[in-house]
Design a protein. Structure first.
Ligand SMILES: Nc1ncnc2c1ncn2[C@@H]1O[C@H](COP(=O)(O)OP(=O)(O)OP(=O)(O)O)[C@@H](O)[C@H]1O
Length: 574
């Protein structure tokens, strides 16, 4: 909670002003029963109209002051709460951007979305409500008890017994409710996760007629959320009748002893009315305590969830001695005894892997599904760090380069072509923000997508839907290749990026790559692509099985021969 509250720091003036005007409102509220006692005792009982008019006028004036104070308070409370929410959201976004993939395994996407939306809204609402009314509640209770003691000490002793008991009870409820609301937020994460998967995979769901199954999955998650919310709310709702019962008993006791005191001259009628009035105000505040408990419990749960993200250190960062200016001049790559296991798992995906790739070489990486090809790729731009061994580029350990600098010089085309909502050209400029129109078109021509783009009604300004939904699979692949080519990388990593292209288009694309002086690593399942590579690396269950040219492997590797023959067989059948 402290972590989140520290975000209020820059807005301390707004918080101070809001609190000051809360105190003004509170002061007016506390003084009113006192003035009422004066009107009754010195005005009505003494039949003096001028006293009634004087104190009555003062009461109206004070009410106006409270009204204006309320407006100013709202203004500053809104400013402080919304700005704090904005800052927390920006900080979380920044933090998430710095996360490594292993950080992401701790926080699923849907949970991060809930934290950045729902949890932050809870925090904004709580800060606003606190500055507006909630801080008034404890102050009003303390102030009303003190004022009641001033008005008539003996009668107010009843409040000194009932109020602390109730406050203790409510604190206990709040503690329990805090835990329940944390699990409410966790269940909300699950609902969001199911919904997110559903929307992302809606085409697949329709194609596989999985609507009923998915609807059931969603209903289960939603019912879990409902049940947990209901039990949290139930706990809070019992707080209200208990509060009302105890406070009403208190009022009865004040009336009972008050009548006795008035008869014996220990209290005036005005004093009894004033103390009843203070008790009623305390009761009103305590009866909305259930709402306050709920808001605070949710705030506590949300603040903890946000602090979890903010306190997580990005575990893949630059080393202290990493050099900003190292340029990849040649593009020589070497894996030296590299082993890697995904965080949170125990089975090594890459085992003692060693190989070298010469500058400008075109290497095909071949292997069964799950043999570790994509993993190998992800280690080169340091999306993960190796567990053992090292990766060298131009004979330098990649950890000695600044992350940003390393990644800037690598063109990475992932297995799933990922495009973003917005103009098509912005997606290409992702590769190099300051690329000229000519550079962009050159990259697109080489990626064999320029002709397709210029046939679109808005050409390079065509708006892409989410994940490039309005493009075909092959078009998306070629666009993401263009995005990598526009930065003229020294190292190009193509992760099965030509799988959706026909042989002729792929041939043209690979020929165009000859113009780039870069080392190219291609993961591929196609023998036609493999045969055109200078070198082939054959992986099997994370180990290097063979390395060499097509001809060499045909002579030395029985597995390679088998793959070749199985594909050639298929081609013959076709
Ligand atoms: N993020 C991850 N967390 C844990 N295990 C993973 C993760 N990504 C991949 N793996 C596991 O690592 C192994 C290698 O996966 P990888 O994606 O590198 O294989 P691949 O050879 O590229 O397969 P494919 O040809 O099907 O793309 C697989 O067994 C996979 O289950």
């Amino acid at each position: 909670m402290k972590k989140v509250l520290s975000f209020l720091g820059p807005y301390r003036i707004a918080v101070g002003v809001a609190l000051f005007f809360t105190l003004v409102e509170l002061g007016v509220e506390l003084i009113q029963p006192f003035l009422m006692a004066r009107i009754i005792d010195d005005g009505i009982m003494a039949e003096d109209l001028s006293v009634v008019l004087l104190w009555g006028g003062i009461m109206v004036g004070l009410s106006l002051l409270a009204f204006v104070s309320g407006i100013i308070n709202s203004f500053y409370a809104a400013h402080a709460s919304q700005s704090t929410g904005f800052d927390v959201r920006s900080r979380i976004f920044e933090k998430v951007q710095s996360f490594s993939f292993s950080n992401f395994s701790k926080f699923p996407t849907s949970s991060l979305i809930t934290r950045m939306t729902n949890d932050i809204t809870q925090i904004q609402n709580t800060i606003f409500m606190s500055l507006r009314i909630m801080l008034r509640a404890p102050l009003l209770i303390i102030g009303a008890v003190i004022m009641a003691l001033i008005v008539n000490f003996k009668l107010a002793l009843i409040l000194l017994v009932t109020v602390p008991l109730l406050v203790l009870f409510l604190i206990l409820v709040m503690r329990k409710a805090g835990k329940l609301f944390r699990s409410v937020q966790e269940r909300l994460d699950i609902v969001n996760s199911v919904m997110q998967e559903n929307l992302a995979g809606i085409r697949l769901i329709k194609a596989f007629l999985r609507r009923k199954h998915e609807a059931k999955r969603f209903t289960n998650a939603s019912a879990n959320l409902r049940d947990r919310t209901v039990s949290a709310l139930r706990l809070i709702e019992i707080a209200m009748p208990v509060t009302l019962l105890i406070m009403n008993i208190g009022i009865m006791a004040i009336l009972w002893f008050g009548t006795f005191e008035v008869q014996t001259g220990g209290a005036t009628v005005g004093e009894v009315v004033a103390i009843i009035n203070y008790t009623m105000r305390i009761t009103a505040v305590l009866s909305v305590f259930s709402m306050i408990i709920m808001i605070f419990s949710r705030f506590k749960a949300s603040a903890e969830r946000i602090a979890d993200v903010l306190n997580t250190d990005a575990d893949l960062t630059d080393l202290d001695h990493s050099d900003e200016n190292i340029q990849i001049l040649e593009g020589r790559i070497a894996f030296k005894n590299v082993s890697f296991t995904y965080p949170g798992t125990h089975v090594p995906v890459l085992k003692n892997l060693s190989f070298e790739v010469n500058p400008g070489e075109r290497v095909a990486i071949l292997g069964a599904t799950g043999s570790g090809k994509s993993t190998l790729f992800q280690l080169i731009p340091r999306l993960y760090d190796v567990d053992e061994g090292k990766i060298l580029i131009d004979n330098r350990n990649i950890t000695t380069m600044k992350l940003q600098n390393l990644r800037k010089q690598i063109g990475f085309v992932p297995q799933e072509a990922m495009l973003f909502t917005g103009p098509l050209k912005d997606n290409i400029l992702w590769g190099k923000e300051d690329a000229s129109m000519e550079e962009m078109m050159e990259a697109c021509r080489n990626a064999q997508i320029h002709e397709t783009i210029i046939e679109l009604p808005n050409k390079y300004d065509t708006l892409l839907g989410q994940k490039g939904v309005n493009l075909s699979g092959g078009q998306k692949q070629r666009l993401s290749i263009a995005r990598a080519l526009v930065r003229k990388p020294k190292i190009l990593l193509l992760d099965d990026s030509t799988s959706a292209l026909d042989v002729k288009t792929e041939r043209k694309l690979l020929d165009a790559l000859n113009d780039y002086q870069c080392t190219t690593l291609m993961i591929t399942q196609k023998m036609s692509t493999t045969m055109n590579a200078d070198t082939i690396i054959l992986l099997d269950e994370g180990e290097l099985l063979a390395k060499g040219s097509h001809d060499e492997l045909m002579n030395t590797s029985s597995l390679y021969r088998k793959i070749y023959e199985s594909q050639l067989g298929e081609e013959r059948k076709e």
